[in-house]
Design a protein around this ligand. Sequence first.
Ligand code: MLT
Length: 405
Amino acid sequence: MLDIKGVKNKTMTINKNYLNLKDSYLFSTIAKRVREYSSENPTAKIIRMGIGDVTLPLTASVVSAMAKATAEMGEVANFKGYGDEQGYGFLRDAVKGYYSQKSVEINADEIFISDGAKSDIANVLDIFGLDNTVAIPNPVYPVYVDTNIMAGRKIVYMDGFEANNFLPMPDKKLKADIIYLCSPNNPTGAVYTKEQLTEWVDYANKNNAVILFDSAYEAFVQDKNLPTSIYQIKGAKTCAIEFCSLSKTAGFTGTRCGYTVVPKDLEREGKSLRNLWLRRQTTKFNGVPYIVQKGAEAVFSAQGQIEVNKNISYYMQNASLIAATLKDLGVWFCGAANAPYIWLKAPKGLDSWQLFDKLLTSANVVGTPGSGFGSNGEGYFRLSAFGNNELTAEAMERIKKAKMF
Ligand code: MLT
Protein backbone atom coordinates (compact mmCIF):
# COMPACT_ATOMS: atom_id res chain seq x y z
CA MET A 1 0.00 0.00 0.00
CA LEU A 2 1.34 3.49 -0.88
CA ASP A 3 0.83 6.51 1.35
CA ILE A 4 -0.01 9.98 0.04
CA LYS A 5 3.60 10.59 -1.03
CA GLY A 6 3.77 7.25 -2.80
CA VAL A 7 5.83 5.61 -0.04
CA LYS A 8 5.10 1.96 0.69
CA ASN A 9 4.09 1.79 4.33
CA LYS A 10 2.54 -1.64 4.63
CA THR A 11 3.38 -5.07 3.33
CA MET A 12 0.75 -7.09 1.54
CA THR A 13 -0.95 -9.67 3.69
CA ILE A 14 -2.35 -13.16 3.22
CA ASN A 15 -5.51 -14.72 4.62
CA LYS A 16 -3.96 -15.96 7.86
CA ASN A 17 -6.93 -18.22 8.52
CA TYR A 18 -5.26 -20.58 6.04
CA LEU A 19 -2.45 -21.02 8.56
CA ASN A 20 -4.98 -22.66 10.87
CA LEU A 21 -5.62 -25.46 8.37
CA LYS A 22 -3.89 -28.83 8.42
CA ASP A 23 -0.97 -28.89 5.96
CA SER A 24 -2.87 -30.74 3.27
CA TYR A 25 -6.38 -31.91 2.42
CA LEU A 26 -7.13 -35.43 3.74
CA PHE A 27 -7.38 -37.14 0.37
CA SER A 28 -4.24 -35.43 -0.94
CA THR A 29 -2.31 -36.73 2.09
CA ILE A 30 -3.56 -40.26 1.43
CA ALA A 31 -2.72 -40.07 -2.28
CA LYS A 32 0.81 -38.89 -1.41
CA ARG A 33 1.36 -41.74 1.07
CA VAL A 34 0.15 -44.30 -1.47
CA ARG A 35 2.37 -42.82 -4.21
CA GLU A 36 5.40 -43.06 -1.91
CA TYR A 37 4.59 -46.66 -0.97
CA SER A 38 4.06 -47.63 -4.63
CA SER A 39 7.35 -46.15 -5.72
CA GLU A 40 9.18 -48.04 -2.94
CA ASN A 41 7.22 -51.23 -3.74
CA PRO A 42 6.64 -51.17 -7.50
CA THR A 43 5.32 -54.76 -7.65
CA ALA A 44 2.64 -54.21 -4.99
CA LYS A 45 -0.88 -54.62 -6.43
CA ILE A 46 -2.67 -51.92 -4.51
CA ILE A 47 -6.46 -52.04 -4.09
CA ARG A 48 -7.93 -48.58 -3.53
CA MET A 49 -10.81 -48.29 -1.10
CA GLY A 50 -9.86 -44.84 0.14
CA ILE A 51 -11.34 -41.81 -1.63
CA GLY A 52 -14.95 -42.38 -2.65
CA ASP A 53 -14.25 -42.30 -6.37
CA VAL A 54 -16.43 -44.29 -8.73
CA THR A 55 -15.03 -47.02 -10.99
CA LEU A 56 -17.97 -47.79 -13.30
CA PRO A 57 -18.03 -45.71 -16.49
CA LEU A 58 -20.76 -43.27 -17.52
CA THR A 59 -23.88 -45.15 -18.60
CA ALA A 60 -24.96 -45.64 -22.23
CA SER A 61 -27.75 -43.02 -22.04
CA VAL A 62 -25.39 -40.40 -20.65
CA VAL A 63 -22.68 -41.11 -23.22
CA SER A 64 -25.12 -40.96 -26.11
CA ALA A 65 -26.71 -37.71 -24.86
CA MET A 66 -23.27 -36.14 -24.47
CA ALA A 67 -22.17 -37.33 -27.93
CA LYS A 68 -25.31 -35.80 -29.46
CA ALA A 69 -24.71 -32.55 -27.55
CA THR A 70 -21.09 -32.48 -28.71
CA ALA A 71 -22.21 -32.79 -32.33
CA GLU A 72 -24.73 -29.94 -31.79
CA MET A 73 -21.94 -27.72 -30.49
CA GLY A 74 -20.22 -28.13 -33.87
CA GLU A 75 -23.25 -26.88 -35.84
CA VAL A 76 -23.93 -23.19 -36.39
CA ALA A 77 -27.65 -23.67 -35.83
CA ASN A 78 -27.26 -25.47 -32.50
CA PHE A 79 -24.08 -24.01 -31.06
CA LYS A 80 -24.40 -22.61 -27.52
CA GLY A 81 -22.26 -19.98 -25.84
CA TYR A 82 -22.94 -18.99 -22.24
CA GLY A 83 -25.75 -21.08 -20.81
CA ASP A 84 -28.81 -20.12 -18.75
CA GLU A 85 -27.74 -18.60 -15.44
CA GLN A 86 -29.11 -21.25 -13.07
CA GLY A 87 -28.53 -24.09 -15.50
CA TYR A 88 -30.53 -25.04 -18.60
CA GLY A 89 -34.29 -25.29 -18.13
CA PHE A 90 -34.32 -28.86 -19.47
CA LEU A 91 -32.05 -30.01 -16.63
CA ARG A 92 -33.77 -28.01 -13.90
CA ASP A 93 -37.10 -29.50 -15.05
CA ALA A 94 -35.56 -32.99 -14.91
CA VAL A 95 -34.32 -32.35 -11.34
CA LYS A 96 -37.75 -30.97 -10.41
CA GLY A 97 -39.29 -34.21 -11.76
CA TYR A 98 -36.85 -36.27 -9.68
CA TYR A 99 -37.95 -34.39 -6.56
CA SER A 100 -41.63 -34.95 -7.46
CA GLN A 101 -40.97 -38.69 -7.35
CA LYS A 102 -39.93 -38.17 -3.72
CA SER A 103 -43.19 -36.27 -3.13
CA VAL A 104 -41.28 -32.99 -2.89
CA GLU A 105 -42.51 -30.02 -4.91
CA ILE A 106 -39.66 -27.67 -5.84
CA ASN A 107 -39.91 -24.90 -8.44
CA ALA A 108 -37.39 -24.96 -11.28
CA ASP A 109 -36.21 -21.48 -10.28
CA GLU A 110 -35.24 -22.79 -6.84
CA ILE A 111 -32.79 -25.23 -8.47
CA PHE A 112 -29.23 -24.19 -9.31
CA ILE A 113 -27.10 -26.48 -11.50
CA SER A 114 -23.50 -26.64 -10.33
CA ASP A 115 -20.22 -28.40 -10.99
CA GLY A 116 -20.69 -30.58 -7.91
CA ALA A 117 -21.77 -30.50 -4.28
CA LYS A 118 -18.28 -29.81 -2.92
CA SER A 119 -17.93 -26.42 -4.61
CA ASP A 120 -21.45 -25.28 -3.74
CA ILE A 121 -21.12 -26.36 -0.10
CA ALA A 122 -17.96 -24.28 0.11
CA ASN A 123 -19.17 -21.33 -1.96
CA VAL A 124 -22.53 -20.93 -0.22
CA LEU A 125 -20.63 -19.51 2.75
CA ASP A 126 -20.28 -16.28 0.73
CA ILE A 127 -23.89 -15.39 1.46
CA PHE A 128 -23.59 -15.69 5.26
CA GLY A 129 -22.07 -13.25 7.73
CA LEU A 130 -18.68 -14.05 9.18
CA ASP A 131 -20.07 -13.59 12.69
CA ASN A 132 -22.27 -16.68 12.46
CA THR A 133 -21.51 -19.69 14.64
CA VAL A 134 -21.30 -22.88 12.65
CA ALA A 135 -22.21 -26.32 14.00
CA ILE A 136 -20.44 -29.21 12.34
CA PRO A 137 -20.75 -32.92 13.13
CA ASN A 138 -17.59 -34.66 14.31
CA PRO A 139 -16.70 -36.85 12.41
CA VAL A 140 -17.81 -35.63 8.96
CA TYR A 141 -16.68 -34.76 5.41
CA PRO A 142 -13.69 -32.44 6.03
CA VAL A 143 -14.74 -29.75 3.54
CA TYR A 144 -17.25 -28.24 6.00
CA VAL A 145 -14.60 -27.62 8.64
CA ASP A 146 -11.83 -26.51 6.28
CA THR A 147 -13.96 -23.96 4.41
CA ASN A 148 -15.14 -22.39 7.66
CA ILE A 149 -11.58 -22.25 9.00
CA MET A 150 -10.59 -20.47 5.76
CA ALA A 151 -13.28 -17.87 6.42
CA GLY A 152 -12.43 -17.58 10.12
CA ARG A 153 -15.89 -18.47 11.43
CA LYS A 154 -16.47 -19.84 14.92
CA ILE A 155 -17.06 -23.59 14.77
CA VAL A 156 -18.80 -25.70 17.39
CA TYR A 157 -18.57 -29.45 17.03
CA MET A 158 -21.50 -31.82 17.43
CA ASP A 159 -20.27 -35.14 18.74
CA GLY A 160 -21.01 -38.31 16.86
CA PHE A 161 -20.09 -41.58 18.54
CA GLU A 162 -21.25 -45.18 18.70
CA ALA A 163 -23.91 -44.43 21.32
CA ASN A 164 -25.77 -41.98 19.03
CA ASN A 165 -24.99 -44.01 15.89
CA PHE A 166 -22.77 -41.12 14.77
CA LEU A 167 -25.91 -39.02 14.25
CA PRO A 168 -25.70 -35.96 16.53
CA MET A 169 -29.00 -34.35 17.53
CA PRO A 170 -29.79 -30.83 18.73
CA ASP A 171 -29.51 -30.34 22.47
CA LYS A 172 -30.22 -27.48 24.86
CA LYS A 173 -26.60 -26.33 24.82
CA LEU A 174 -26.42 -25.96 21.05
CA LYS A 175 -26.25 -22.36 19.86
CA ALA A 176 -25.65 -22.28 16.14
CA ASP A 177 -26.63 -20.15 13.15
CA ILE A 178 -25.46 -22.50 10.41
CA ILE A 179 -25.78 -26.27 10.83
CA TYR A 180 -24.24 -28.88 8.55
CA LEU A 181 -25.99 -32.22 8.21
CA CYS A 182 -24.83 -34.99 5.91
CA SER A 183 -27.23 -37.89 5.38
CA PRO A 184 -26.41 -40.58 4.31
CA ASN A 185 -23.34 -39.60 6.21
CA ASN A 186 -19.86 -39.40 4.86
CA PRO A 187 -17.89 -41.13 6.43
CA THR A 188 -20.09 -43.25 8.70
CA GLY A 189 -22.88 -44.24 6.30
CA ALA A 190 -25.43 -43.43 9.03
CA VAL A 191 -28.80 -42.02 7.88
CA TYR A 192 -31.11 -39.70 9.83
CA THR A 193 -34.70 -40.87 10.22
CA LYS A 194 -37.67 -38.59 9.42
CA GLU A 195 -38.24 -38.10 13.16
CA GLN A 196 -34.63 -37.06 13.72
CA LEU A 197 -34.64 -34.63 10.78
CA THR A 198 -37.92 -33.19 12.07
CA GLU A 199 -36.12 -32.33 15.33
CA TRP A 200 -33.40 -30.56 13.35
CA VAL A 201 -35.87 -28.65 11.19
CA ASP A 202 -37.81 -27.58 14.28
CA TYR A 203 -34.59 -26.48 15.97
CA ALA A 204 -33.50 -24.44 12.94
CA ASN A 205 -36.88 -22.74 12.46
CA LYS A 206 -37.12 -21.93 16.16
CA ASN A 207 -33.58 -20.56 16.39
CA ASN A 208 -33.42 -18.74 13.07
CA ALA A 209 -30.63 -21.10 11.96
CA VAL A 210 -29.99 -22.42 8.45
CA ILE A 211 -29.31 -26.10 7.77
CA LEU A 212 -26.87 -26.92 4.98
CA PHE A 213 -28.04 -30.40 4.03
CA ASP A 214 -25.60 -32.51 2.04
CA SER A 215 -27.52 -35.30 0.33
CA ALA A 216 -24.81 -36.35 -2.13
CA TYR A 217 -25.38 -40.02 -1.25
CA GLU A 218 -29.22 -39.98 -1.25
CA ALA A 219 -29.47 -42.41 -4.18
CA PHE A 220 -27.82 -45.14 -2.09
CA VAL A 221 -30.60 -45.27 0.52
CA GLN A 222 -32.26 -48.69 0.27
CA ASP A 223 -34.69 -48.44 3.18
CA LYS A 224 -37.86 -46.82 1.82
CA ASN A 225 -38.74 -45.41 5.25
CA LEU A 226 -35.64 -43.22 5.39
CA PRO A 227 -35.71 -39.68 4.01
CA THR A 228 -33.63 -38.88 0.91
CA SER A 229 -34.28 -35.13 0.94
CA ILE A 230 -34.66 -32.71 3.82
CA TYR A 231 -37.68 -31.24 2.01
CA GLN A 232 -39.57 -34.44 2.84
CA ILE A 233 -39.71 -32.89 6.31
CA LYS A 234 -42.41 -30.33 7.08
CA GLY A 235 -40.99 -26.85 7.62
CA ALA A 236 -37.66 -27.51 5.86
CA LYS A 237 -38.27 -24.95 3.12
CA THR A 238 -37.97 -22.11 5.60
CA CYS A 239 -34.66 -23.30 7.06
CA ALA A 240 -32.68 -25.55 4.72
CA ILE A 241 -30.52 -25.50 1.61
CA GLU A 242 -29.93 -28.90 -0.02
CA PHE A 243 -26.84 -29.91 -2.00
CA CYS A 244 -26.84 -32.90 -4.29
CA SER A 245 -24.50 -34.35 -6.84
CA LEU A 246 -24.37 -36.78 -9.73
CA SER A 247 -20.77 -37.68 -8.85
CA LYS A 248 -21.49 -40.83 -6.91
CA THR A 249 -24.99 -41.50 -8.26
CA ALA A 250 -24.12 -41.45 -11.95
CA GLY A 251 -20.34 -41.59 -12.13
CA PHE A 252 -19.83 -37.83 -12.63
CA THR A 253 -16.79 -37.45 -10.30
CA GLY A 254 -14.70 -36.43 -13.31
CA THR A 255 -17.52 -35.07 -15.48
CA ARG A 256 -18.76 -32.67 -12.75
CA CYS A 257 -22.43 -31.88 -12.26
CA GLY A 258 -24.59 -31.33 -9.21
CA TYR A 259 -27.50 -29.20 -8.05
CA THR A 260 -28.39 -27.04 -5.11
CA VAL A 261 -31.90 -26.19 -3.98
CA VAL A 262 -32.54 -22.85 -2.27
CA PRO A 263 -36.29 -22.49 -1.61
CA LYS A 264 -37.95 -19.12 -2.14
CA ASP A 265 -39.47 -19.36 1.34
CA LEU A 266 -36.01 -19.28 2.91
CA GLU A 267 -35.37 -15.78 4.20
CA ARG A 268 -33.10 -14.32 6.86
CA GLU A 269 -33.05 -10.68 7.96
CA GLY A 270 -35.99 -10.21 5.59
CA LYS A 271 -33.89 -11.16 2.55
CA SER A 272 -34.31 -14.10 0.21
CA LEU A 273 -31.34 -16.47 0.42
CA ARG A 274 -32.29 -17.74 -3.03
CA ASN A 275 -31.79 -14.25 -4.44
CA LEU A 276 -28.48 -13.82 -2.63
CA TRP A 277 -27.27 -17.15 -4.00
CA LEU A 278 -28.41 -16.20 -7.52
CA ARG A 279 -26.49 -12.93 -7.17
CA ARG A 280 -23.40 -14.81 -5.96
CA GLN A 281 -23.54 -17.41 -8.72
CA THR A 282 -24.18 -14.97 -11.56
CA THR A 283 -21.16 -12.94 -10.42
CA LYS A 284 -18.70 -15.73 -9.70
CA PHE A 285 -19.81 -18.77 -11.75
CA ASN A 286 -20.44 -19.22 -15.45
CA GLY A 287 -22.22 -22.53 -15.27
CA VAL A 288 -21.73 -26.14 -16.25
CA PRO A 289 -20.99 -27.01 -19.91
CA TYR A 290 -24.02 -27.69 -22.13
CA ILE A 291 -22.61 -31.11 -23.04
CA VAL A 292 -22.38 -32.10 -19.37
CA GLN A 293 -25.87 -30.77 -18.62
CA LYS A 294 -27.25 -32.86 -21.50
CA GLY A 295 -25.54 -35.92 -20.00
CA ALA A 296 -27.02 -35.05 -16.61
CA GLU A 297 -30.50 -34.71 -18.11
CA ALA A 298 -30.16 -38.27 -19.44
CA VAL A 299 -29.49 -39.53 -15.88
CA PHE A 300 -33.05 -38.51 -14.96
CA SER A 301 -34.71 -40.16 -18.00
CA ALA A 302 -36.54 -43.47 -17.43
CA GLN A 303 -33.76 -45.45 -19.13
CA GLY A 304 -31.07 -43.36 -17.38
CA GLN A 305 -32.57 -44.20 -13.99
CA ILE A 306 -32.58 -47.94 -14.80
CA GLU A 307 -28.89 -47.77 -15.74
CA VAL A 308 -27.88 -45.68 -12.75
CA ASN A 309 -29.77 -47.94 -10.33
CA LYS A 310 -27.96 -50.93 -11.81
CA ASN A 311 -24.63 -49.25 -11.03
CA ILE A 312 -25.75 -48.37 -7.51
CA SER A 313 -26.73 -52.04 -6.94
CA TYR A 314 -23.28 -53.06 -8.15
CA TYR A 315 -21.60 -50.82 -5.54
CA MET A 316 -24.03 -51.94 -2.86
CA GLN A 317 -22.95 -55.56 -3.52
CA ASN A 318 -19.45 -54.44 -2.50
CA ALA A 319 -20.89 -52.79 0.60
CA SER A 320 -22.67 -56.04 1.55
CA LEU A 321 -19.55 -58.12 0.99
CA ILE A 322 -17.42 -55.79 3.13
CA ALA A 323 -20.08 -55.83 5.85
CA ALA A 324 -20.30 -59.64 5.78
CA THR A 325 -16.52 -59.96 6.02
CA LEU A 326 -16.29 -57.60 8.99
CA LYS A 327 -19.15 -59.42 10.69
CA ASP A 328 -17.29 -62.74 10.27
CA LEU A 329 -14.18 -61.17 11.73
CA GLY A 330 -16.15 -59.76 14.68
CA VAL A 331 -15.24 -56.16 13.81
CA TRP A 332 -17.59 -53.37 14.96
CA PHE A 333 -18.85 -51.34 11.98
CA CYS A 334 -21.75 -49.21 10.77
CA GLY A 335 -22.87 -48.00 7.35
CA ALA A 336 -23.07 -50.30 4.29
CA ALA A 337 -26.86 -50.81 4.42
CA ASN A 338 -27.87 -47.41 2.96
CA ALA A 339 -24.57 -45.88 1.91
CA PRO A 340 -21.46 -46.76 -0.08
CA TYR A 341 -19.23 -46.37 2.99
CA ILE A 342 -18.36 -48.77 5.80
CA TRP A 343 -17.12 -47.24 9.05
CA LEU A 344 -15.22 -49.73 11.19
CA LYS A 345 -13.41 -49.78 14.47
CA ALA A 346 -9.65 -50.26 14.42
CA PRO A 347 -8.28 -53.22 16.37
CA LYS A 348 -7.30 -52.46 19.98
CA GLY A 349 -4.02 -50.62 20.22
CA LEU A 350 -4.08 -49.18 16.70
CA ASP A 351 -5.02 -45.61 15.86
CA SER A 352 -6.55 -44.70 12.50
CA TRP A 353 -3.28 -43.92 10.70
CA GLN A 354 -1.57 -46.99 12.17
CA LEU A 355 -4.36 -49.13 10.73
CA PHE A 356 -3.96 -47.28 7.41
CA ASP A 357 -0.24 -48.17 7.35
CA LYS A 358 -0.85 -51.74 8.42
CA LEU A 359 -3.52 -52.32 5.78
CA LEU A 360 -1.34 -50.74 3.12
CA THR A 361 1.81 -52.67 3.97
CA SER A 362 0.36 -56.07 4.89
CA ALA A 363 -2.64 -56.28 2.53
CA ASN A 364 -1.85 -53.54 -0.04
CA VAL A 365 -5.33 -52.16 0.60
CA VAL A 366 -5.94 -48.42 0.91
CA GLY A 367 -8.67 -47.01 3.15
CA THR A 368 -9.30 -43.68 4.84
CA PRO A 369 -8.22 -43.04 8.44
CA GLY A 370 -11.22 -42.01 10.52
CA SER A 371 -9.25 -39.30 12.29
CA GLY A 372 -9.15 -37.40 8.98
CA PHE A 373 -12.88 -36.73 9.45
CA GLY A 374 -12.51 -35.20 12.92
CA SER A 375 -11.20 -36.08 16.38
CA ASN A 376 -14.14 -38.43 17.10
CA GLY A 377 -13.03 -40.47 14.09
CA GLU A 378 -9.79 -41.44 15.84
CA GLY A 379 -9.65 -45.21 16.21
CA TYR A 380 -12.04 -45.71 13.26
CA PHE A 381 -11.52 -46.31 9.58
CA ARG A 382 -13.56 -45.90 6.38
CA LEU A 383 -13.72 -48.33 3.48
CA SER A 384 -15.32 -47.27 0.22
CA ALA A 385 -17.62 -49.58 -1.76
CA PHE A 386 -16.94 -47.81 -5.07
CA GLY A 387 -14.41 -50.39 -6.28
CA ASN A 388 -14.81 -53.18 -8.73
CA ASN A 389 -16.53 -56.36 -7.43
CA GLU A 390 -13.57 -58.70 -8.02
CA LEU A 391 -11.02 -56.36 -6.44
CA THR A 392 -13.27 -55.74 -3.44
CA ALA A 393 -13.57 -59.51 -2.96
CA GLU A 394 -9.80 -59.85 -3.23
CA ALA A 395 -9.30 -57.03 -0.72
CA MET A 396 -11.54 -58.87 1.75
CA GLU A 397 -9.53 -62.09 1.30
CA ARG A 398 -6.29 -60.18 1.88
CA ILE A 399 -7.70 -58.54 5.01
CA LYS A 400 -8.76 -61.94 6.39
CA LYS A 401 -5.34 -63.43 5.59
CA ALA A 402 -3.45 -60.51 7.15
CA LYS A 403 -5.13 -61.36 10.49
CA MET A 404 -5.03 -57.78 11.73
CA PHE A 405 -8.48 -57.91 13.35
C1 MLT B 1 -14.83 -38.91 -0.16
O1 MLT B 1 -14.10 -39.88 -0.38
O2 MLT B 1 -15.15 -38.57 0.98
C2 MLT B 1 -15.33 -38.15 -1.33
O3 MLT B 1 -14.93 -38.71 -2.52
C3 MLT B 1 -14.88 -36.79 -1.29
C4 MLT B 1 -15.71 -35.92 -2.19
O4 MLT B 1 -16.79 -36.31 -2.63
O5 MLT B 1 -15.26 -34.81 -2.43
